[in-house]
Each structure stands twice: as C-alpha cells, then as structure tokens.
Design a protein around this ligand. Structure first.
Ligand SMILES: Nc1ncnc2c1ncn2[C@@H]1O[C@H](COP(=O)(O)OP(=O)(O)O)[C@@H](O)[C@H]1O
Ligand SMILES: [Mg+2]
Length: 237
C-alpha cells in the first residue's frame, strides 16, 4: 500500500472571526490523485491556500513526508515541494510564455525532472507561442502555462484548484488528459474539481467538504458504491 506523502490533521482555519475549516483531516497517498470536492463555499480553496502556507493555521498539523510544516512560510513550503496552481489562473501577462516558465524553475540537485522541453512535451500548444506575451494567450493556454510553471518547481505534491473552470469543453479534455498523464508519472496531486464525472475518472481518492468539515473521505470504489454522496454533499441530483 502507498505511504502518505501529505497528512492533514485536525486543521482549523479562520478568516478573521469567521471559522471556515473545522477540524479537517485527510491524507494524500504517494502517487495518488485526490479529488477535493464540495459545494461552492465548502472550503476547498481555503484548504489549498492553507496547505500552501498562504493562510495561517489556527490549530492542527500538516505533515509533508512526516515533517510538520503547518507554520512554515509559503516560500519554504514551495521549496519543500508543494506547488499550488491557484483558482483563476494568473500568468505574468507582460512576460513571454518561456519567461514565465524560466522564472519558476527550481532545480533540485540532480533530481530535476522538469524543464522547458518537458513542459512543451506535456503542453504542445505552448511551444509555438513561447515568445508570445502570455497575456495574449487563450484561457486554455494560460491554464497550461500556470500548470507548467508549477511543474518547473519540480513539485512532489501538486495542488490544482479548479483548473477547468471557465474553459471550453475541448480544452477541458486536454487539460484533464495532461492531469492524468502527470498522475501516471507518479506525481501526487490534490485536484479541486466541480465536475463529479471528471473527478471519478481521474481520482484514486475523494475528500468531500461540507461547510468546512470533512463530510466524506474514501476511495473511488467507495464513492461509486455510495451514489447518495453526490446529492447529499455536491448538490447533484
Ligand atoms: N477572504 C475571505 N474572507 C472571508 N471569508 C472568506 C474569504 N474567502 C472565502 N471565505 C469564506 O470561506 C468559506 C470557504 O470558501 P472557499 O474556500 O473559497 O470555498 P470553495 O473553494 O469550496 O468554494 C466560504 O464561506 C467563503 O465565503
Ligand atoms: Mg474555490
């Protein structure tokens, strides 16, 4: 059985006085793709931001390969191998595609797996546009670029927050295909995804949040065996 690369334990997070995450605990197994789901406002983005160190932890622990990083800085968390592709893709619009990728590069001794060639291999659409200002790219190309940028940091855990949001169906397919490829290469991924059928094709494990609490945690087989989950917690009928 795969070991846990990431463990979230009793996480509580506030925005000011507002208590948003309540005692959230879940695990990401090495090489697995975990779909983080839940209605709008359930706390998915808050979870991703907290794991990235961008929101402070009120209480609880977060372990990467056994090390508690709950109170580490976003820079140190990124360096340790957790990379976030935030919701609402943001590129450095005035930089070219290639410059966007180069500024994100982080070599890890000899183990550096990601480079420009490999990103272009994953997203062939980006290569002919490498010298173009990234602000002029289509939404789909910008999404590929922000994922490419995260990969240039050679992550061991990739956090994706609704990468398909607002993209045309054909582009969504392409992005999902790339995510599947990354998983097959052994990358550990937490994917926030609104589309339940997409999540079911990509994910090994599921965490469903409901008003900031873990309402369900289980494998894709367990999700398939519990069709009421979708109506109970995802608003799908
Ligand atoms: N910057 C913020 N300040 C205060 N409350 C926030 C902020 N961002 C999100 N929230 C609240 O936190 C809860 C969880 O939001 P969020 O994590 O964005 O949900 P999701 O990504 O699942 O749609 C919601 O009730 C939302 O209104
Ligand atoms: Mg969100």
């Amino acid at each position: 059985m795969a070991t846990n690369i990431l463990e979230i334990n009793g996480l509580n997070v506030h925005y000011g006085d507002s208590h948003v995450l309540h005692n959230v605990s879940f695990e990401l197994k090495q090489g697995h793709l975990l779909a983080l789901m839940g209605r709008n406002g359930a706390g998915k983005t808050t979870s991703q931001l907290t794991i990235s160190g961008l929101l402070p932890v009120s209480s609880g622990e977060m372990h990467l390969k056994g090390v508690n990083f709950a109170h580490h800085s976003p820079e140190s968390i990124a360096k340790s191998g957790i990379r976030l592709v935030p919701q609402g893709r943001r590129v450095f619009a005035s930089l070219s595609v290639e410059e966007n990728l180069i500024v994100a590069e982080q070599k890890k001794g000899n183990t550096s797996q990601w480079n420009l060639a490999k990103v272009y291999d994953l997203f062939p659409a980006l290569k002919p546009k490498k010298d173009q200002r990234s602000g002029t790219l289509s939404g789909g190309e910008q999404q590929m670029l922000v994922i490419g940028r995260a990969l240039m940091g050679n992550p061991s855990v990739l956090l994706l927050d609704e990468p398909s949001e607002g993209l045309a169906p054909l582009i969504v397919q392409e992005v999902n295909h790339s995510i599947a490829k990354l998983k097959n290469e052994g990358l550990s991924i937490i994917l926030v995804e609104q589309n339940f059928s997409v999540a079911k094709t990509l994910a090994d494990d599921f965490v469903i949040l409901n008003t900031g609490r873990v309402a369900f945690k289980g494998t894709s087989e367990e999700v398939a065996a519990n069709p009421e989950l979708a109506t109970q917690h995802l608003g799908i009928f």
